[in-house]
Design a protein around this ligand. Structure first.
Ligand code: MCA
Ligand code: AMP
Length: 490
């Protein structure tokens, strides 16, 4: 039998996880996970049940995620910033048996009809054995589509192990490395790579609960760490570079990690160049989706290649296809195709959505990503954008325009709305809502529109910019022409 987290089996006294100033060894994390597993079982949780975890930045949150696995339960991650509409949807979709919340934090929102377990675990040493690598579901990660509410991507233990092992190979990631990051623990980047990756292949994770250049610098210079690797999204690299321009000390600190890794969105060339200029070293990009986990990455042994996300990881089959889903064999960095992927890390499907799963996963196991790319002679992939303009990437978060539009339309003063992503130096894309007001409604009411969205959806889904227009540009079929909304006026 192969263990998912071998280091949590042997009661090791080395650091596993540091969150702010608090930390646990491997044995302490394993012990806390066992306490959680026992608590869930006392609450009636059985193998295969779904247990939600409010993803507070804390040691007990990590213990709950691991403890759920030990109990055979599937973890549904809840962002503490979830809006009321998002929470209602997830609760209805996931049929939760229990919700866990670290008692050191206020419970973000009550989950009607589901028992809430509130605990903060004390360290007690233990051994977390029998977390077998197999096809059982481990996580459900909710992810936005172009329209409709988010879908729950079901990720198995086997998906996680295969992906982390491929990344370990590409990045020469070993137990000497402490990962430093400040990403939310609800997505692949922060949770699967940052937390579970550190526990499977790395030495430890040093988690910075709230992103700031100073917080990242302090973690990277913590004397407990032998060597570090930084995981961040492009917005964070942008903010680190901005700060380092006037802080030579920070620029020095950014020279220290063994690797600077970027993903979740493309790192613009100007940020690559700025970091290179400030630190004399580059950023390694990698690319993935919740449904496939990470599929490409620039190997540690290669110099960073700005503009490219690297070749497919070991064990990943990647093809480019045309609109008819026919393979494109060009290796010319010019011919554009949709990225399709087959690997042991491709997910088990969307929860309760066989229709949506069939639309993206074919019978031979190929997943259609919706991302457009070219391939260079050496097999490196350059991501150019998405098939749909209705998927917005802001601060590294994927946001469906349709979900925001449906929410804004619920406001009584709104007659019509179109949501688009406008280019933004910091966020990559900034959410802009073009709104047609109902006749007779007071425009002043729209100042409350932002709060209206924030109550219902996560804060990062709020439009940064609301523009009142008389009508939306439509084509002959009546479809809104979003590209025209952002086009400069003649
Ligand atoms: C935001 N704010 C607003 C509005 N929008 N206030 C009023 N109106 C608005 N429209 C508030 C925020 O809530 C926040 O408030 C404050 O303004 C600052 O916002 P912001 O500039 O967004 O900064 P931030 O909150 O510091 O966030 C930037 C961030 C964040 C830290 C880079 O975007 C982030 O954590 N991104 C990571 C996303 C990620 O992990 N993606 C992985 C998924 P307040 O200060 O009160 O909070 S992708 C994935 O997993 C795939 C597989 C992959 O490839 O990795
Ligand atoms: P999410 O659903 O938030 O995990 O976002 C997945 C999407 O992020 C992918 O489909 C890509 O469009 C985008 N993405 C992730 N990593 C990169 C990268 N390194 N370069 C460009 N786009 C990326």
């Amino acid at each position: 039998m192969s263990e998912l987290f071998p280091r949590l089996v042997s009661r090791e006294s080395r650091l596993a996880l540091q969150v702010g100033d608090a930390s646990w060894t491997c044995a302490e994390l394993a012990g806390a996970a066992l306490l959680h597993a026992a608590a869930t079982e006392r609450s009636g949780v059985r193998v295969g049940d779904r247990v939600a975890v409010w993803a507070h930045p804390s040691l007990s949150t990590a213990a709950a995620i691991l403890g759920n696995m030990a109990a055979g339960a599937v973890t549904v991650l809840l962002s503490p910033k979830l809006g009321s509409h998002e929470l209602t949807h997830i609760v209805n979709d996931a049929s939760l048996k229990l919700v866990f919340s670290d008692s050191g934090y206020p419970t973000p929102r009550e989950v009607d009809g589901v028992v809430c377990l509130r605990e903060r675990y004390e360290p007690s040493e233990g051994s977390l054995r029998s977390l077998e690598v197999n096809d059982s579901p481990a996580l459900i990660l909710y992810t936005s589509g172009t329209t409709g509410p988010p879908k729950g991507a079901v990720i198995t233990r086997g998906n996680i192990a295969a992906n982390l092992d491929a990344l370990a190979q590409a990045w020469e990631w070993t137990d000497r490395d402490t990962v430093v990051h400040s990403l939310p623990l609800i997505h692949v980047h922060g949770l699967v790579l940052g937390l579970l990756g550190s526990l499977r292949v790395g030495g430890a994770l040093h988690y910075v609960p709230r992103f700031s250049p100073d917080g990242i610098a302090a973690a990277l210079t913590d004397s407990r760490h032998d060597r570090t690797v930084l995981f961040a999204v492009p917005t964070m690299y942008h903010r680190l570079a901005e700060a380092a321009e006037s802080d030579a000390g920070l620029a020095e600190v950014l020279k220290r990690p063994r690797l600077l890794i970027s993903g979740s969105a493309g790192l613009p060339l100007r940020e690559h160049q700025r970091i290179q200029r400030l630190t004399g070293r580059g950023v390694h990009e990698r690319y993935g989706l919740p449904e496939t986990l990470i599929t490409c990455g620039v190997p540690a042994s290669h110099a960073p290649t700005p503009g490219f996300v690297g070749p497919p990881l070991p064990g990943v089959e990647l093809a480019l296809v045309d609109d008819m889903r026919r393979p494109i064999n060009a290796h010319d960095d010019e011919t554009i195709g949709e990225v399709v992927v087959r690997s042991p890390s491709v997910f088990a499907g969307y929860l309760n959505r066989p229709d949506a799963t069939a639309a993206v996963l074919d019978e031979e196991g190929w997943f259609y990503t919706g991302d457009l790319a070219t391939r260079a002679k050496d097999g490196s992939i350059r991501i150019l954008g998405r098939r749909s303009t209705d998927l917005i990437k802001t601060g590294g978060y994927r946001v469906g325009a349709g979900e925001i539009e449906a929410c804004v339309l619920g406001h009584p003063a709104v007659a019509e709305v179109a949501v688009v992503g406008a280019p933004d130096d910091d966020l990559g894309q900034r959410i802009v809502a073009f709104v047609v007001v109902r006749p007779g409604e007071d425009i002043d009411q729209l100042t409350a529109l932002n709060d209206f969205v924030a109550e219902r959806l996560s804060p990062h889904k709020r439009p940064r910019d609301i523009r009142i227009v008389e009508k939306l540009p439509r084509n002959a079929m009546g479809k809104v022409q979003k590209k025209r909304l952002l086009a400069p006026r003649p």
